[in-house]
Design a protein around this ligand. Sequence first.
Ligand SMILES: Cc1ncc(COP(=O)(O)O)c(C=O)c1O
Length: 417
Amino acid sequence: MSTWLVEKCKPFSNFVEDIKAKGLYSYFTELEETGIHIKVKGSELINFSSNDYLGLTHDPRVIEAAKNALNIYGSGLCGSRYVVGTTVEHVRLEEKIADWKGKESCIVFTTGYQTLLGTVSALLVKADDSVEENIVLAIDKLSHACILDGCSLAVGTPLTRGSSKLLDGQIRYFRHNDPVSLESIVQSSVNKGRNVMIIVEGVYSMDGDICRLPEFVEIAEKYDACIAVDDAHGTGVLGKTGKGTAEHFGMEDHIDLLMGTFSKALGCVGGFVTGQKDVISHIKHKARSFMFSASPPVSNVVSVSTIIDIIRTEPDHLQRLRSNEKYFKTVLKELGFDYGDSATPIVPIIIGDSEKTMYLSQKLRENGILMLPMVYPAVARGEERLRCTISAKHTNADMDRALDVLKTEGRKIGVIN
Ligand SMILES: Cc1ncc(COP(=O)(O)O)c(C=O)c1O
């Protein structure tokens, strides 16, 4: 046993224990029932912290499809997609997503996180696995961890980067959702003879704001940059038919790479990338998080496939989500709460103070509502908030209950008048 390992880990472990002792630790809640109406330690709670936007995780058709797949394929495939982890159902799902998104080709990863990690790093290697030093990655300052990690991995890809030098400034950050800031990066990079890959999120997960895609596309087209959109929170939620952020802006034909995850509106786990077939083929054969990780089980694959069919044929789920979002935000605003630039079912209730945010989350919990607090360092100081998400499965009574507690307790501590 080492002499230093436990000592090295103690400071942070002590920090966590201290927060727990103060009763302020609200993570890793052990759920006994899941969905929008959940059970914890025998008590029912209304879940306002889930990304199950369309509320389809418990749809009987999805469960039936998964059960059938379990009977045929068993619990797992015990291999990567390359070896024994590709079934006819994986390929059918890829074809279905490509068709849904209006793209030539698609590959499915085991998680959304791995999708970004694998895609970005694969595009920074050449066909012969040598380093692609001529591409600059332009990313938003508020990018999700998987984009940040994907870029870091890309510029330091094991084996390929090996002894080679890292190129200065290969990852460039632009101000959040700011086309002017992006353009100055793209322009200066192109002037130095570099190709630029712009990576944005369709919807930003902490603030629920939508990316300024038309302006970003205009910049991409002006400078021959490629544009990749991680539409984790837009897929199933935005656009006339729920196809996502590109549909919302009518820009499906202007996006080089469209990515997403199955872990939000698609109610499962996994991720996908769609685009032109040569680009997808390159990613398929170069993405290490795709090649060296086990394939998602077929029960999961057919569940995603069933949920996509439901989204494509039953618009009422999306309509209900939109009317719930409108109702909740209208009352929230009337009460005097601030939800920033949210234009989606991600509703950050900005409190601006750690203790008050923790207090409200605790009071909501005592009143049967799960709405988790986000405090520093998850968000900047002064931007502490309750991260609330609305689902099509919330009833008006669910939302009224949450709004009532917010009103009473928010007044008590002076967050609203
Ligand atoms: C913008 C964004 N991209 C990617 C991911 C990762 O997806 P997954 O949880 O499916 O790995 C998330 C998940 O939180 C996300 O918010």
